[in-house]
Ligand binder design. Structure first.
Ligand code: CA
Length: 222
């Protein structure tokens, strides 16, 4: 899952990036509202962490522009502005969640996971597809109840499919959601990773749809 952090305070932006990456997200960081707004307009993020007091364009305006343009990604406001009138303005602009500084880093992680899950239509932290289970909070993956060890990259790819079972996911879409904007998309590494994932969770779980991409399908008639 790919997250955009818009935060002008460099130390906090760096900490957020570190914690979110350690939690399994791919993270792009923007340090002002204009760059952040542009990235949200042009890249398909699974969620956004948005500061309000930002250079160039303030966070509420960024959010209003996205929502007016029909952009539906979950947005969590993370700000020092804690007055009720400010929270109301944030929600009225289209925020899905609102946290005030100071805050627990882990709480940001848990809230983001829940927002992303909900946006994909899942109510439970554990995602299930046939015999494969993925706990979005613990990062634990099991096949028939047996724990599967996965690298961070393998986990990100599997997690994206588990959030969107049954839907055809193009190669481009997959790349855009499991790598940051600096990744070289010509790389053949995706096919290699898919091969490794199939070996671990079963070759039938992620099918190749000729000319269109991939699709996760339930195995064993469940
Ligand atoms: Ca700020």
């Amino acid at each position: 899952m790919r997250v955009l952090v818009i935060e002008d305070e460099p130390t906090l932006a760096f900490r957020l990036q570190q914690v979110l990456e350690a939690a399994g997200f791919v993270v792009d960081v923007a340090y002002d509202g204009e760059e952040g707004c542009h990235l949200g307009d042009t890249e398909p993020y699974d969620a956004v962490v948005l500061d309000l007091g930002l250079p160039r364009i303030d966070g509420v305006t960024v959010l209003q522009r996205w929502r007016e343009a029909g952009r539906a990604m979950p947005v969590m406001i993370l700000t020092a502005r804690g007055r009720w009138s400010e929270k109301m303005a944030g929600f009225n602009a289209g925020a899905d969640d609102y946290m005030t500084k100071p805050f627990e880093m882990e709480e940001v992680v848990y809230r983001l996971r829940a927002l992303i899950r909900r946006a994909a239509g899942h109510s439970q932290p554990e995602l299930v597809c046939g015999a494969v289970r993925l706990d979005t909070n613990s990062g634990r993956v099991t096949l028939d109840g047996v724990p599967i060890q996965m690298t961070a990259q393998e986990f990100r790819i599997l997690s994206y499919f588990m959030h969107h079972p049954g839907r055809i996911v193009s190669r481009t879409e997959l790349m855009e959601h499991v790598y940051d904007r600096h990744f070289d998309s010509d790389s053949n590494v995706l096919e290699v990773l898919l091969g490794r994932i199939r070996k671990k969770v079963g070759a039938e779980l992620i099918q190749t749809v000729r000319g269109q991409g991939y699709r996760m399908v339930e195995q064993r008639g469940q």
